[in-house]
Design a protein around this ligand. Structure first.
Ligand code: FES
Ligand code: FES
Length: 406
């Protein structure tokens, strides 16, 4: 039997270089050959709009456009798509200008839980561009490649039929495809055989600053209040508060990259938690600064999500010497990072602030000048500390009989 010769062979832990254009942005990925397109989009680029249901090509949840045609992202390896143009549901419409299909799904209530919606949107986009004259009676069969487990088909058909009738041959192209429409991840230093790095090659954001950092309305994802006791006296701490570059270097993994004027700063922050490595690029605005109080807002974005925060730090003398450094932070998380859960995200944030407070103490006492871009808070130190805290709490509860069997 003549079997086709493999044109390339890679070891399981060997990375393959892949160049793709995703929603108009050129992306360079370095990942194992076994990674599917759906996993590359979701896990390596943070584009979680593409849903994954069956991973067998049956449910259609993962439908994206590959070189203009609908395709199952779960059945394609990213490595086989070098040079391809991919359009995901994130590329279909913008927040301020939805694609007609998105508007129609909303208008006709074409979704219940919404899990199938990205698949239906991309599938119906493909249908209406390739068969603009499609008739309503044919829609159930034409769209049968996507399964809705909420069985909301009637409204979905209404939504697609509405667009088919009003946009015969005039369906707008995806409106959110263009350079920088995709949030990229700066290369996370990959270590170990299982580590994977993903890197976008588009330019950095321009160094312009917004008028204001708007925090979302409503409750933050996490709110923490932490007080750390520093050995340094308030005058020494005030010296660190007065030097924003020094202060930024006290936050492990953070780096100030640009001063934008009027107390606006651009910077990066990296954090590693188990297999998750995040590199936030963002800006911060110091709203208020004195010798013993700093009020700031910051926003950062990673391929896997974003964070917005309002942080108030105050330093006060304590009896017997030293300084109480208090942080009051309201943090709003979006995307993959929000999947941590409030409790774990809160614990990790607290521990990061404790590390920060120790660095401020060392810098204030002149014991050690933190260096810019110090390594991100390690997975082991953050998670281990968090786990130890939780075990302690658990043991305390057991000892106090709070979790008695009924
Ligand atoms: S996840 Fe790809 S078809 Fe079901
Ligand atoms: S709306 Fe829930 S799966 Fe379709």
């Amino acid at each position: 039997m003549n079997l086709p010769q493999p044109y390339a062979r890679t070891e399981a832990d060997q990375a393959v270089e892949v160049n793709l254009t995703i929603n108009g942005t050129e992306v360079h990925l370095s990942l194992p050959a076994r990674v599917t397109l759906s996993d590359a989009l979701r896990d390596h680029l943070g584009l979680t709009g593409t849903h994954v249901g069956c991973e067998h090509g049956i449910c259609g949840m993962c439908t994206v456009l590959v070189d203009g045609d609908a395709a199952r992202a779960c059945l394609l390896f990213a490595a086989q798509l070098d040079g391809a143009e991919i359009t995901t549901v994130e590329g279909l419409g913008r927040q301020d200008e939805l694609h007609p299909l998105q508007e129609s799904f909303g208008r006709h209530h074409g979704l219940q839980c919404g899990f199938c919606t990205p698949g239906f949107l991309m599938s119906s986009y493909d249908l209406l561009t390739h068969e603009p004259g499609v008739q309503r009676d044919d829609l159930p069969a034409e769209l049968s490649g996507v399964l809705c487990r909420c069985t909301g088909y009637r409204n979905i058909i209404d939504a697609v039929d509405d667009v088919a009738q009003t946009h015969r041959g005039t369906l707008p192209a995806p409106g959110n495809c263009g350079k920088r429409a995709l949030v990229g991840r700066t290369a996370a230093a990959a270590t170990g055989p299982a580590a994977i790095s993903a890197e976008s090659t588009f330019d950095e954001e321009p160094a312009e600053r917004p008028q204001e950092i708007d925090l979302p309305a409503g409750d933050p994802t996490i709110h923490i209040e932490v007080t750390s006791r520093l050995d340094s006296n308030p005058t020494e701490v005030a010296r660190v508060f007065g030097d924003i570059r020094l202060l930024a270097r006290c936050l492990p993994g953070a780096e100030l990259t640009d001063e934008l004027g009027a107390d606006w700063y651009r910077g990066r922050a990296r954090i590693a938690l188990g297999p998750m490595r995040m590199a936030f690029n963002g800006i911060a605005h110091i709203e208020e600064q004195s010798a013993d109080r700093i009020v700031m807002k910051a926003q950062g974005k990673d391929a896997g999500g974003g964070a917005l925060a309002r942080i108030i730090m105050t330093a006060a003398a304590v009896d017997g010497g030293g300084t109480a450094l208090q942080a009051d932070a309201s943090v709003f998380l979006t995307g993959r990072i929000a999947g941590f859960g409030r409790s774990l995200a809160g614990d990790v944030s607290r521990r990061m602030f404790e590390e920060f407070a120790r660095a401020v103490d060392r810098a204030a006492s002149g014991e050690e000048e933190p260096t810019a871009g110090t390594r991100p808070p390690g997975a082991i130190s953050l998670l281990f500390g968090t786990i130890v805290d939780r075990v302690r709490q658990f043991l305390r509860r057991l000892a106090s009989g709070v979790w008695r069997r009924h």
